[in-house]
Design a protein around this ligand. Structure first.
Ligand code: UDP
Length: 253
């Protein structure tokens, strides 16, 4: 374990400022999907499942684009939040946050994937939040990669795919400025009071896919941003190792 930095204040769950919540992966949670995992970042839990469709979207067929496609859907189960959240289907439409998150998950996956190698197939990644306690989008991306990598390796074993289209791994983590201090992996109590909230999507080789950082009715300094990036990179390194172990577990299930 690397050294941890104690906060000058107590984090709500007692963690050091550079300490992740316990990260867990339970693979094979949805046996009808080719790859699936229940990912936990502390009390945040998301079911991520990868299913294969043996066709590509109509726009790809129309434009004669070679290869395959990978896309994602995200939703929060009604009982995932403290107050019941109405299903989108009952409201008649997905809210803006949902659309933003599922597009982020899809982009994050495609950034480390060579679509040309997925001939004629679509990988659907479904991320359903079972319990929300902050960081559901980052947990979703982290679990989506595990589910999709398991699915891809199973396709190869079934001789339904010639080679692995993944070019790198991908994971995500939230960081933020809470009580004037940059901290890693915010839970809901921290997230709601954070002055700065950021989500980092990074590859296993340390490159960025997306960095989103915003001040909540506040501003932040270059030094704070640098600290957030450093904390995030440390978190991603730890998560990447756990993802690799989870993929091996998923392939052995
Ligand atoms: N949240 C909620 N209901 C909602 C949206 C969010 O209870 O409709 C809570 C939930 O705990 C979530 C947190 O607020 O994890 C932070 O939400 P945000 O939009 O920042 O996304 P996240 O951090 O989950 O990616």
């Amino acid at each position: 374990m690397s050294e941890t930095i104690q906060a000058p204040f107590a984090r709500p769950d007692g963690r050091a400022i550079d300490q992740l919540r316990p990260i867990t992966f339970q693979t094979g949670i949805a046996p009808h999907a080719l790859g699936s995992v229940l990912v936990g970042f502390g009390d945040t839990r998301v079911i991520c499942a990868a299913s294969i469709d043996n066709r590509v979207p109509s726009w790809m067929r129309a434009q004669k684009v070679e290869g395959g496609w990978m896309t994602a859907e995200y939703s929060m189960l009604p009982y995932s939040t403290l107050d019941r959240k109405q299903r989108d289907i009952s409201r008649g439409k997905a809210d803006g946050r949902t659309i933003e998150i599922q597009r982020l998950i899809g982009r994050s996956m495609r950034a480390v994937f060579d679509l040309k190698k997925l001939t004629g197939k679509t990988i659907w990644i479904d991320c359903d939040v079972l319990q929300a306690d902050g960081g559901t989008r980052t947990a979703s991306i982290t679990g989506a990669y595990v589910a999709a990598q398991i699915a891809v390796q199973k396709l190869i074993a079934q001789e339904a795919l010639a080679e692995n289209p993944f070019t790198d791994s991908v994971a995500a983590i939230s960081v933020g400025v809470y009580q004037d201090t940059p901290v890693l992996d915010l839970n809901y109590l921290e997230d709601k009071d954070a002055r700065v909230d950021a989500n980092l999507v990074m590859t296993g080789s340390g490159k960025y896919v997306e960095t989103q950082s915003s001040g909540e009715e506040a501003t932040f300094t270059r030094d704070e941003l640098n600290s957030l990036l450093e904390l995030g990179a440390k978190g991603i390194t730890e998560i990447t190792q756990l993802q690799q172990a989870a993929i091996q577990q998923g392939l052995a299930d």
